[in-house]
Design a protein around this ligand. Structure first.
Ligand code: OOG
Ligand code: MG
Length: 262
């Protein structure tokens, strides 16, 4: 850790206020070039603590920057991890209020819910398979608090990996019925196909992102509890949206997920 506790608390408040008031800020590493990975996750943990103290429930975990398309789009090369809160959940077919957001983008994600705890180090895909209860599709709405969506890895980790809203689809499937690597995803905005990919775009297999998350938490003495909803990261690059846009993502074998931006 390079930052003192007061600085960490102050940066958490700064970033969370930007989220809740929907205004952008400059990258925090510009003012704190020395901050390290532990500082970045400590700021994110403090944002989580603030939300939970206010009564918001943490309802899922997320991996981000797990596909080559996303890494290339954002100019970074390492996956990051964050969390989602109850108020970020939008029902399938529901409305996303753009006035509450800065510059939202949508991305398609293959998600799982666990039925057993997963603990690193040494967590691998087979352990994730054994602990998977079911697979469910989702669309994540990311909204970096940084100006023009420009950030480095430490800044985006501190900003809870741009977590903002998410929409879970209504169709769950057993992992044994699916091949997540060849599972196709087509993202449409206003009926026009914007981008598409297959699950293998995420680290060869989206379950690898879950193993990485377990190993990341394991290094910090934590685990993924049973019953956890986990988003494995955008399969394609994220697409900028605006009020008036209708988004539908079609997932092979998992149905579609839609939302309207108002
Ligand atoms: C960081 C969050 C990335 C994903 O699925 O790749 C993410 C960002 O791109 O703003 O959630
Ligand atoms: Mg994401």
């Amino acid at each position: 850790m390079k930052l003192d506790n007061n600085t960490i608390l102050g940066l958490a408040e700064h970033l969370e206020t930007a989220e809740l008031q929907a205004h952008d800020v400059t990258m925090i590493t510009a003012d704190h070039p020395d901050m390290d990975w532990d500082d970045a996750y400590a700021i994110q943990d403090e944002i989580r603590r603030r939300k939970e103290a206010r009564g918001n429930k943490t309802v899922g975990l997320k991996a981000g920057l797990t596909s080559f398309a996303k890494m290339k789009q954002m100019g970074v090369e390492t996956p990051v991890f964050g969390f989602v809160s109850d108020y970020m959940s939008i029902p399938d077919g529901g409305e996303v209020k753009t006035a509450e957001l800065i510059h939202p983008k949508v991305e398609a994600e293959i998600c799982i819910v666990t039925k057993a705890p997963l603990k690193g180090p040494g967590c691998h895909i087979a352990a994730v398979m054994a602990a998977t209860d079911f697979v469910v599709p989702a669309v994540e709405i990311i909204d970096s608090r940084y100006r023009d969506f420009k950030f480095d890895l430490k800044s985006v980790i501190a900003d809870n990996t741009s977590a903002s809203r998410f929409v879970i689809g209504g169709r769950m499937r057993d992992l044994s019925e699916l091949d997540l690597r060849t599972l196709g995803v087509v993202l449409e905005v206003n009926g026009e196909v914007m981008t598409m990919a297959a699950g293998a775009a995420v680290l060869g297999n989206p379950l690898a992102a879950v193993a990485m998350l377990a190993n990341h938490l394991g290094a910090r003495g934590q685990e993924i509890p049973a019953g956890t909803f986990i988003m494995t990261g955008g399969v394609t690059e994220a697409i900028l949206v605006k009020a008036g846009d209708n988004v539908t993502v079609r997932f092979q074998d998992l149905g579609s997920v839609s939302m309207r931006f108002v």
